[in-house]
Design a binder for this molecule. Structure first.
Ligand SMILES: [Zn+2]
Length: 216
């Protein structure tokens, strides 16, 4: 049997992969692609809207539940302490672990954070991913997603890619509900996801879309 096409998402916190490319990942899963998620931290302090002191076990379970909702093929947590990501950039073991996963699955497309994200952990993940892909001379696509940048920053020179998620936007929302212990105690992120998908849809002539920046 032919090997299934695989897609990777590499992100900082347990909810970034859904908040950013969740609808697109669900769409690819529906198309029969395998979706693999690598999450750097357990998200102890992470985002402003997350409740603190939610146990690691709950965060892992929620991310796995969200992965099932989008039809993903598994989540790997590296358990790096937040705020220490930049120190981990030179961590050879970490790089080797990622390289090994990339070599096993050979993804055609990788999603990660944008280079100028407002969150320093997001920028650190971008930097590590970008360095690794240069080192292995990766030939696939690298697409950057925003989690909660209110404004477009320096990355305007990067080409934008819109992906129609009209058929999977509901799945994205359902996946976001898996994080109920953390996020949706607060309304704004949820509302923000809705507004962003709607605005991106307008720019892409469809109901809902996700926007990415083509890094490679
Ligand atoms: Zn994050």
């Amino acid at each position: 049997m032919e090997k299934k096409e695989s897609i990777f998402v590499i992100c900082a916190h347990s909810d970034d992969q859904i908040l950013g490319p969740g609808g697109t990942l669900a769409k690819y899963a529906k198309e029969g692609k395998e979706i693999f998620t690598i999450i750097f931290s357990y998200g102890e302090t992470s985002h402003l809207w997350l409740k603190k002191r939610v146990s690691v076990e709950i965060r892992v379970k929620e991310a796995q539940a969200a992965d099932e909702v989008i039809g993903g093929s598994g989540v790997v947590f590296f358990g790096i302490k937040e705020g220490k990501f930049f120190e981990e950039v030179e961590n050879k073991d970490l790089k080797d672990r990622i390289k090994k996963l990339l070599d096993e699955k050979k993804p055609s497309r990788i999603f990660t954070h944008v280079p100028d994200d407002v969150h320093e952990d997001h920028r650190a993940v971008y930097k590590i991913v970008n360095e690794i892909l240069d080192e292995i001379n990766y030939k696939g696509d690298l697409l950057g997603f925003e989690v909660w940048n209110a404004v477009d920053l320096k990355k305007r020179h990067l080409p934008k890619v819109y992906i129609d998620i009209s058929d999977t936007f509901k799945i994205k929302l359902k996946a976001l509900h898996c994080f109920k212990s953390q996020i949706f105690a607060m309304l704004p992120p949820y509302l923000g996801v809705y507004i962003k998908a709607f605005m991106n849809g307008l720019k892409n002539d469809c109901k809902y879309a996700e926007k990415f920046y083509k890094i490679k």
